[in-house]
Design a protein around this ligand. Structure first.
Ligand SMILES: Nc1ncnc2c1ncn2[C@@H]1O[C@H](COP(=O)(O)OP(=O)(O)OP(=O)(O)O)[C@@H](O)[C@H]1O
Length: 549
């Protein structure tokens, strides 16, 4: 019987007959089944240890020489069926995994342990513009050298032997956030690196969107704060104009930051009110807010008022000594109102307090630590005072960390009528008097410039409402009370009467001052009624030659 015939009869193992050049001459059915992709030369089948099998199935291989043939016996292992099933399952799993990777929204690119790209998903191409044809099988080192990418995350992860995240620039213009995660074998050696790739331009867009949302959130929060604040009648602040809303937003923002603030704006504009708001919304709100009017306390006394003194510090000083206003404000806030009136010696001392966070009582040498937030207020232009040298530069910059400027009432007309209603409500609560203003009166208020700002408006509303006997206040009642020419319409002047504007204003001013000084028992009271400083009124009386009788 020919050997081929004999071999074809063998049906429990695969048998192949090769010539000495290892070319297949004959194989039985089973061998064909196992070796479905056999070439003609089978070097690997008969490698020295017989352990390597070119077949797809696990099998034991034995070879021997018979006459001129090399006989190769392929004996499938017992667990052949189980293993082949597992292999099938593995193939399915691999396919599923590929599907998952390929459907990921994030770009995924996988390299082997030598830094060669072995897989990439469609999102990677979408994000970077690099196709799989260009990349699969390419060495990342080469891609770095060719400047296709500026730095390879896989190579870095292989070098550093750990997970890393970098921003990678690609020559297509894309910029990506890429995280490389090493996959290790059971010995802990890296066998693959999986890179997760995110489009930075998309992340930037999301970041901008988040920032915008945060801004909106902040605005809503501030508005809520505002509404919360306006609910309590005793401290509500009217802010219908853009200017005043900006002031309020700024004040609420700085309230939470423990830095120095300067509130500037003309007299009667609401500076003190804003300071109260800041204090109330700060972490110091449970502690005192001490208000000091630096312009109202005589210069010689201001230092001891602020810093206190020890016994016998000066003639007339109390025997026991006295704590100053800074000590009284400890842990709280101190408002230094009319800071522009403070003399330069005291400015130096105040600067030291801010820098050292301690005060020294007059007559003493021992410093006392203090924790006080300083808020300054002034109607003066401090920057100008610094320029002409009447206010210290260094103190100005220390105080002026956050400036808040309140515009005069004439520049925020939208606030006038709401303020009128607000004050009428106050009057009703305080005196149980309910008044309305005629449309004429309201219009005249809108037209007037309010040099004394909100305080002037408040005084006027209160006086007119209290003095009027009718529920609706008419224009004549306002004029009777004030003798101020505030007209519902703009004043018309005949051509013969035309004088320079300055002259006309001065004439009016002189008439008003004369009238008020005559009406009130003291200059101080007249000044209060006119909402000006007493010193201003005295100066103007001198200018117009008016005397108090
Ligand atoms: N926006 C406002 N809403 C309600 N009341 C206000 C507002 N602004 C000011 N007022 C009231 O006007 C009066 C004057 O305000 P405030 O004393 O705060 O002004 P000021 O700028 O500190 O004045 P000065 O420069 O003379 O110290 C106060 O009675 C205050 O309650």
């Amino acid at each position: 019987m020919k050997i081929e015939h004999f071999v074809s009869k063998v049906d429990h193992i695969g048998v192949l007959l090769l010539n000495q050049q290892k070319k297949i001459l004959f194989q039985n059915k089973l061998a064909k089944q196992y070796t479905y992709y056999l070439g003609t030369i089978l070097d690997s089948v008969i490698s020295e240890d017989n352990s390597f099998c070119i077949l797809d199935y696990p099998a034991e291989i034995s070879t021997f020489n018979y006459n001129q043939y090399i006989v190769v016996c392929v004996n499938p292992r017992d667990d052949f069926v189980r293993l082949s099933k597992e292999k099938e399952t593995l193939q399915e799993l691999r396919q599923e995994l590929n599907e998952v990777i390929n459907s990921s929204f994030d770009g995924i690119v996988i390299s082997d342990e030598r830094g060669t790209i072995i897989h990439q998903n469609p999102s990677y191409e979408k994000i970077t513009g690099l196709s799989s044809e260009e990349l699969i099988g390419r060495s990342l080192k080469e891609l770095e050298d060719e400047k296709v990418i500026d730095e390879s995350s896989s190579l870095k992860a292989l070098r550093d032997n750990k997970e890393i995240t970098i921003i990678q620039k690609i020559n297509t213009g894309a910029s990506v956030l890429i995280s490389a995660v090493p996959i290790r074998n059971k010995n802990g050696n890296i066998k693959k690196v999986v890179n997760n790739v995110r489009d930075l331009s998309e992340l930037n867009m999301l970041e901008t969107e988040i920032k915008n949302l945060k801004k909106k959130n902040q605005a809503i929060h501030e508005e809520l704060e505002l509404l919360k604040h306006q609910k309590s009648p005793e401290d509500s602040i009217i802010a219908h104009s853009e200017g005043m809303q900006e002031v309020l937003n700024r004040a609420l923002r700085v309230a939470h930051i423990d830095s120095s603030v300067i509130v500037q704006g003309p007299s009667g504009v609401g500076k003190e009110k804003i300071v109260e708001l800041i204090h109330k919304n700060s972490i110091r709100s449970e502690k005192p807010l001490i208000k000091v009017n630096c312009g109202a306390i005589p210069e010689a006394l201001l230092e001891s008022e602020l810093f206190g003194y020890i016994s016998g510090a000066f003639t007339g000083a109390s025997q026991k000594g006295k704590a100053g206003l800074f000590e009284a404000a400890n842990k709280g806030t101190i408002l230094l109102d009319e800071i522009g009136e403070m003399n330069k010696d005291l400015q130096v001392k105040l600067l030291r307090v801010i820098q050292e966070r301690e005060i020294t009582r007059v007559g003493d040498t021992r410093p006392i630590p203090i924790d006080v937030r300083i808020i300054a207020a002034t109607h003066r232009n401090l920057a100008e005072m610094v320029e002409i040298g009447t206010f210290r530069n260094d103190l100005y910059y220390r105080l002026n960390v956050i400036p808040i400027h309140i515009p005069p009432l004439k520049n925020r007309k939208k606030d006038i009528i709401p303020l009128v209603y607000h004050f009428l409500k106050d009057i009703k609560a305080k005196y149980a008097i309910e008044r309305k203003f005629s449309e004429d009166v309201l219009q005249s208020f809108r037209n007037y410039d309010w040099p004394g700002n909100v305080r002037e408006l408040q005084n006027l509303v209160e006086r007119v409402a209290v003095m009027s006997t009718e529920p609706e206040v008419e224009m004549k009642d306002v004029q009777k009370e004030l003798q101020i020419n505030i007209n519902p319409t703009k004043p018309t002047i005949s051509l013969e009467e035309v004088k320079s504007l300055k002259e006309q204003i001065e004439n009016h001013e002189a008439a008003i001052i004369e009238d008020m000084v005559g009406k009130y028992p003291s200059i101080r009271k007249a000044a209060t009624a006119l909402s000006v400083d007493q010193s201003t009124l005295v100066r103007k009386m001198k200018k117009y030659g008016i005397e108090k009788h």
